[in-house]
Design a binder for this molecule. Structure first.
Ligand code: SAH
Ligand code: SF4
Ligand code: F3S
Length: 541
């Protein structure tokens, strides 16, 4: 059987997709390698959100193209959002690409790989193209086709083979999808086109997946959706295979504290959070990404406040501090509404951390608009903000409607200015914690003290880990008497570093929750001393 190299670009959705793809391929006998040179099948799970993300993937395609030209017998597959956005056009422009598989079609990947192997001698033959391409195209917004594909995809999520033995410590954290796709159509964004229409997974499937992950040793789940707070699952009836309607809800749900299904027969995001918290007590932490600043009800905040194992962390991108720009972006809220929301969060959850994303240089953004964005940053105690320069994306409304008229030099300047401002704001948000005690989910050794280079995780590991946070032991390091630095995250997602005596102590603590006294901070992290060592809460290994 051939060996696969799988590299992932883009967001957490893609990391999760790669984990599922890997599990699926492994279950039918494929082996995986972290060395592209050792693989005969090279798969790139790609991202289209900004041009930069695409150019990284294109450069990989160039490298594989050269190897193929030099005579190597390789299968090259492009998966994910770029495949969906570029479509078959990519096969023409990059003849080295053998197969394309959109994010909504990943369950078909083994078949595509098989087809390529069978038709490899006719790789240029248009007739073979059909068997090598699986894209949702615009069909993903047609409901019949939609439900068919989503059912197959649901199987992929449900068949998830989580293997704690293969995983390193960080794998005690896992992603769980709650919503696919997006219906918001922010004017700059490709996601509604690449991921298709918004579909919410059934709450029973989600709770069951969380339970199975917990049984496999996972102690933290991160629920994923483009706008998690818009999660809504309509219960009622489902059509069974033989065409009869049957109730979808089993008995017993009423036993839970917060009625998880409201009067209209809907499980809301608040209800879902409550169910996961209450029904899977083995999970030490429940997090979620990404929140949308609109329609985030007090019900969610109340569920968070009353349930201690739900993290006090909200990633809720503002994108801009100018109402005029927000309108052009079609975000559907004003700065005042954003601030009303963040104030409300901090009233309900005084310990909450707030993070976000900002786009600078959106078409027509003036100095005044940019000043308004800086004002917004000063107004909210953001622990961090990812700052992006506007990148016009083919297929979006913004590229058709607006000229990309903010010069690159201005975008760069604004980007740097915001980074500097965010560093100050982040420093203040972190400094607030000095003198307090925090619970830290220990993730990895960092060893900044002794080692000049921080060990880099391989792409393959990143794929299997989900959270993307991992470090291998540096084989070159000596196990001297120096203290070992380890890092983890608080319930508010604040990175925290502290020292322990030696490597063995560190190893024993990874994956557990340690009590730490905070005595220092920086723009992006807390420093502390260990009060109570972490004990792995379960028999792991
Ligand atoms: N669903 C999330 C965001 C998903 S995309 C939300 O609505 O908040 C992640 C981030 O990429 C966005 O928050 C935005 O800041 C950035 N982004 C998306 N499209 C972009 C583009 N065309 N140019 C620059 N940044 C972009
Ligand atoms: Fe893109 Fe807007 Fe959907 Fe977020 S909410 S994924 S920015 S369209
Ligand atoms: Fe990129 Fe697709 Fe995620 S475009 S950000 S990989 S949803």
């Amino acid at each position: 059987m051939k060996t696969v190299y799988l590299e992932t670009f883009g967001c957490q959705m893609n990391e999760l997709d790669s984990e599922l793809v890997r599990g699926h391929l492994e279950s039918i006998g494929y082996g995986f390698t972290t060395e592209p040179g050792d693989a005969q099948i090279l798969l790139f799970n790609t991202c289209s959100v900004r041009e930069h993300a695409e150019s990284k993937a294109y450069s990989r395609l160039g490298i594989v193209g050269k190897r193929k030209k030099a005579g190597e017998d390789l299968v090259l597959g492009v998966l994910g959002c770029m495949a969906e956005r570029d479509g078959v056009d990519m096969l023409r422009r990059y003849p080295q690409v053998d197969l394309l598989c959109g994010p909504g079609e990943l369950d078909k990947l083994p078949m595509l790989i098989d087809n390529v192997a069978r038709t490899s001698t006719f790789a240029d033959d248009e007739a073979s193209e059909a068997g090598r391409v699986a894209l949702a195209g615009n069909t993903s917004r047609r409901s019949a086709a939609l439900s068919a594909t989503k059912d197959d995809l649901e199987t992929l999520d449900l068949a998830r083979a989580f293997d704690p033995d293969r995983a390193t410590s960080a794998a005690r954290s896992a992603y769980v999808r709650i919503t696919r796709g997006c219906n918001k159509f922010c004017t700059y964004c490709v996601v509604p086109y690449t991921r298709g229409a918004e579909v919410h997974r059934p709450p029973d499937s989600i709770v069951e997946e969380c339970r199975r992950l917990a049984n496999a040793g996972v102690i933290e789940v991160t629920l994923l959706g483009q706008t998690v707070n818009h999660y809504r699952y309509h219960h009622g009836v489902a059509v069974t295979i033989d065409g009869r309607e049957s109730p979808q809800i089993g008995p017993g749900l009423k036993a839970f504290r917060n009625e998880p299904i409201d009067d209209a027969g809907v499980t809301t995001f608040a209800g879902l959070l409550a169910r996961i918290h209450d029904e899977v007590p083995e999970l030490a932490r429940i997090r979620f990404l990404t929140s949308y600043p609109r329609d985030f009800g007090d019900d969610v905040l109340e569920v968070m406040a009353s349930r201690p194992r739900i993290c006090r962390y909200l990633h809720v991108p503002a994108q801009s501090g100018s109402n005029r720009i927000l309108k052009l972006m079609n975000r559907g809220y004003t700065v005042e509404e954003y601030l009303e929301f963040t104030d409300r969060v901090l009233r309900h959850l005084p310990d909450a951390s707030i993070a976000g994303d900002i786009i600078v240089g959106f078409p027509t953004e003036t100095d005044e608009d940019f000043e308004a964005t800086k004002d917004l940053l000063r107004r909210v105690p953001f622990k961090n903000n990812f700052i992006f320069k506007y990148s016009p994306r083919p297929g979006t409304t913004a590229i058709d409607r607006f000229e990309d008229d903010v010069p690159e030099a201005v975008k760069k300047l604004r980007n740097n200015e915001l980074l500097a401002l965010q560093a100050e704001i982040g420093a203040a948000a972190h400094a607030d914690w000095i003198g307090r005690e925090v619970d830290v989910l220990v993730e990895r050794k960092t060893n900044y003290h002794r080692r000049t280079s921080v060990p880099r995780s391989s792409a393959d590991e990143r794929v299997s880990l989900g959270s993307g946070i991992t470090a291998k032991r540096d084989a070159g390091g000596d196990a001297g008497p120096d203290p070992v630095q380890i890092s983890g995250r608080t319930k508010g997602d604040l990175i925290t570093v502290f020292d322990v005596a030696d490597d063995a102590t560190a190893d024993a603590m990874i994956g557990g929750i340690a009590r730490v006294k905070v005595n220092g901070s920086g723009p992006l992290l807390l420093r502390g001393t260990l009060l109570e060592p972490a004990e792995s809460p379960m028999n792991y290994r």
